[in-house]
Design a protein around this ligand. Sequence first.
Ligand code: TRP
Length: 452
Amino acid sequence: MWSSRWLFVLAAAGSAVGLGNIWKFPYIAGENGGGAFVLVYLACVALVGVPIMLAEVLIGREGRQSPINTMRFLTQQHHRRPTWVLIGWMGVLAGFLILSYYAVIAGWAIFYILRMADGTFDGVTGEYANQAFNEFLANPWQMVFWHTLFMGVTVFIVGRGVIRGLESAIRWFMPLLFVLLLVLLGYGVTSGGFAQGVDFMFRFEWGSVTGEAFLVAMGQAFFTLSVGMGAIMAYGAYVPSSASITGTVVTIAALDTVVAVAAGLAIFPIVFANGLEPGQGPGLMFVTIPLAFGNLPLGALFGAIFFLLVSFAAITSAISITEPALAYLVEEYNAKRSRVAITLCSFCWLLGIGTVLSFNEWSDVHVVGDLTIFAFVDYVSQNIMLPLGGLFIVLFAAYALPKAVVQSQLRLSNRAQELIWRTLAGVVAPLGVLSVFLVTIVGFDRLKDWFS
Ligand code: TRP
């Protein structure tokens, strides 16, 4: 059990804020044309993500076990179909896929701590920062090394179960990360590309939106909030009964969104001021941030600190990704946490090699269409498995759990509150997920034609 509500907030915020906010959000917003994408993403966070997060925490706290066993317990207790338990299993699989590439990208961030510190980027141009990154990508051995290091640290931390030891670190590092983002933002404002950056992020042109962009925006909302696979459910199992779920969840979602938007507002002005390409893909953060710090006083120092904080944010997220599987195996087989962590993460590490090679030796190997192993694993887990998992989690909370359970967990004390929950969890969130799937399958252009 978390020792206080505050510790749960820290752990959940540590899970939510990670590479998804600082690395992924800007690069996929860039790839999907900004504006409308960002709007869909924000709508998904508020209308779909928050209700699902509420559902995860309340289910977790009601069951008080790993997600798989929580679902098993609740379906038995309330005489529901055992098929609901598949939510737990799919979550374990999704987490496995996500961690495999998450560790690779986090490895890049660790490498960039050293690279910033040794002055590689002092006074660089955009072209040079770009070239330096591409050279790094071309070398699988180096990438495997950092990937292994990150996985090792994750195993060490989850194996010992020292989340509590991280408490003070999260308390300091997260605000510091935010301050450095503000420094970058200040740089962006004065760089000459700020207006263009803001315009790119917030101007919506429906003409440029595709069905695919809807799906990616929704997937990102799930990814960044850590919902849809049971990670938050697993953390919810350790929340004291006295804590209020609603306030906590809204705080976490707001915090997470602020960090992502700040990262976007810091990165895009740098992109435009230096004539870089907003849609350049996963390297976006690794080109723009060194470029900015490289041209700031004490840039090597602050740049190194920045990537240190990003690596740290990635660790606190990675820990939560392993929790559903880890908690299940420990419960089920009475196994030692450390042994389970080593086994689990070794398989994950192996799959991660596929991601490493996607950027060099195997860049021509496509699983389906033009998706490399990295792109495929990322696409399936984020855009399909998380929304699907989230859909069933929220349906379970809204329709399969007895009303009284939800009422007492969320402390719904009047008709109005109950109505809000029913509307958001029972209607808006599920329909949101379904309509995005529909838009993707039918295609946005075809839908527009139908209505025009
Ligand atoms: N939310 C984290 C990020 O933005 C990643 C993450 C942690 C996650 N736990 C998760 C994503 C569970 C999906 C599911 O970086």
